[in-house]
Design a protein around this ligand. Sequence first.
Ligand SMILES: Nc1ncnc2c1ncn2[C@@H]1O[C@H](COP(=O)(O)OP(=O)(O)OP(=O)(O)O)[C@@H](O)[C@H]1O
Length: 353
Amino acid sequence: MSLSIKLCHPLDNNTASAFVLELDLMLSIKEHVVGVFGDSGAGKSTLLKHIAGIVQTRGKQIVYYQDDITALLPEHSPCCYQNQHGYLFSHLTVKQNLALVLRHGNYSDTVPFTFDEVIKWCNLLPLLEQNISTLSGGEIQRIAFARSLLSGKSLILLDEPFSALDWQTREQMLRLLPWLKANYGIEFIIVSHSLRELSLVASYIVILKQGKVIKHGVSNEIITRYSQGHGQQAVTALRGKVIEHIEKYQLAKVLLDGENEQAVTVHANDMYQGNVLLSLNANKVSLSKTKPSLTSIVNLLKVTVRKIERQPSAALITLALNEQLILAEISLMSLDKLTLAIDEQVYAQFKVL
Ligand SMILES: Nc1ncnc2c1ncn2[C@@H]1O[C@H](COP(=O)(O)OP(=O)(O)OP(=O)(O)O)[C@@H](O)[C@H]1O
């Protein structure tokens, strides 16, 4: 395991806060972008701050690969912590802020990409000469992310890093994470309040509740099961591998993980190479008992019904495709019309992702 965290915070009761964060967790951050999810006050930020060395307690041990980094000060730690506020120097320009980390960071000589590449990925060229005080919250978050990349640190801890961005830009930024991991070996742990956001980016999920880990595992299973209820939009995270680019239509084909080879068509994206995560909203999936032939819907998967949940305003159907799960949300009228049965094979269809 690439990151081992043993933590009891606080150790004693001589503190104003009654909050206790207690966990013993091994994470394979080499293999996965890890997402941390939980209600407000669950301890997500405190966990990241402990890993980064910003918060210290006697009751912890953090081992990063072979190195015990428990007592390292943040500036010496291989982990870079970034929160939603960015905390940039407001009297300096964007370029000056980024130059500072390159000049003074303890790990800056290990940055595996160029300044210009980072500026391009974060779309910062038009902002370089602007003063921080003139920028929007979303722009500050993109600059803070560029600064984290330019820190040269190998593990970047992101605490709601793109919360101020519109959904389209947020998606673009999120897609960078698995791509940077695959191409440069940068590791990420990202905290979010949104399972939909994590379904785009994290292949492993840790769920915290009141300072304890209540679930952890691969994102397909955890997100599919946990996004039912808990005030989240029902969503599926699917894992697959890009096998073909269809230049003519700017699309790509992704072979879904598992033995029974089925592929889905997605909108082409520069960040889609090799293994990818796809996010599929349950309310975008419809079901058919027979194989539709002439239809404009591009994606058609043969799946097995695993669970049927009748909710007050809709039905949530859990479907299995190989070892991956898919959620479909259909109307109660459609549920009555289809008369689905557990273990029945049906077709799940949805538009290009
Ligand atoms: N410096 C501090 N002193 C005392 N208590 C603190 C301190 N920082 C955090 N806490 C408490 O620790 C608990 C966990 O806080 P934390 O910020 O880690 O939660 P979170 O899951 O990140 O929440 P949110 O999603 O709202 O950001 C909360 O009850 C909070 O009030």
